[in-house]
Design a protein around this ligand. Structure first.
Ligand code: 13P
Length: 257
């Protein structure tokens, strides 16, 4: 991720969909298919499972950066089973997803934890946090979406100091759209991203948001619907789940955003 405000970032989240061997195989496929992908204004990131990170790094190639799917809010100590940001950096990660809705649902990760994680990442590492927000289907039905998004942003990032060359990605993933096969309608995406941008501007000022933040969309993105998101002013990229498990399909998405 650079200072170019027109740069797009496209992130593949492989979740827990692949075993070790298949993750390494897919990374090799990414490396082959992305070997000629040299669009200066696009950054491509792959986030494999934790156990495959080191091996994936060896085969991923230069055109795809590596990210992790989770991290802890301390760098060292008695935290059985947790992952230090320092270790992620040591094995070549540049990005890390924080607070994915699947972790919020299944592991009860909350925005106080997400806030701690972001603070630690920014103060003790060079990892770029990909901070997930997004409303539930009920919030949307009852017209609470704007409030929910603003509240999540406030809880995750309120009081966090961002400056200099620190970067941060906010991933807007409406929970109901994830894995549903139904992506957000472009008009709605435009509106939600505007709300997110305004909330960030309010908290950090427009200059900092332009220089240090990217806001990306995630939820059932495919090569078929990617064009819906490519010309939307406030969308700086995508976070892709299912469609990133096929290197050809993901390459198409990256070419068409
Ligand atoms: P899908 O693209 O499979 O809907 O997943 C989105 C997601 O959760 C990415 O983090």
């Amino acid at each position: 991720m650079s200072d170019n405000k027109n740069e797009k970032i496209i992130i593949a989240n492989w979740k827990m969909k692949l075993g070790f061997g298949d993750s390494v195989k897919l990374a090799k496929d990414f490396s082959d298919k992305f070997a000629d992908f040299k669009e200066e204004s696009k950054t491509v990131v792959a986030c494999p499972s934790l156990v495959s990170l080191s091996e994936v790094k060896k085969v991923l190639g230069d055109n795809v950066k590596m990210g992790a799917q989770n991290v802890f809010w301390e760098v060292q100590g008695s935290y059985t089973g947790e992952i230090s940001p320092n270790s992620l950096e040591e094995i070549g990660c540049k990005y890390v997803i924080v607070g994915h809705s699947e972790r919020r649902k299944h592991l009860l990760e909350n925005y106080a934890m997400i806030h701690q994680k972001v603070k630690t990442l920014l103060s003790s590492s060079k990892l770029i946090p990909i901070v997930c927000i997004g409303e539930e289907a009920d919030d949307r039905k009852t017209d609470r979406r704007d409030y929910v998004l603003m509240n999540q942003i406030q809880q995750a990032l309120g009081g966090v100091n961002i400056g200099g060359d620190q970067k941060i990605v906010v991933a807007y993933e409406p929970v109901w759209a994830i894995g549903s096969g139904t992506a957000l309608d472009p008009e709605e995406a435009k509106y939600a991203h505007k709300i997110i941008r305004l909330a960030l501007n309010d908290m950090f000022g427009m200059k900092v948001v332009e220089a240090n933040f990217k806001v990306v969309y995630g939820g059932s993105v495919t090569s078929e619907n990617v064009k819906n998101f490519s010309d939307l002013e406030d969308i700086d990229g995508l976070l892709v789940g299912g469609a990133s498990l096929d290197a050809d399909e993901f390459l198409k998405i990256c070419k068409n955003i």
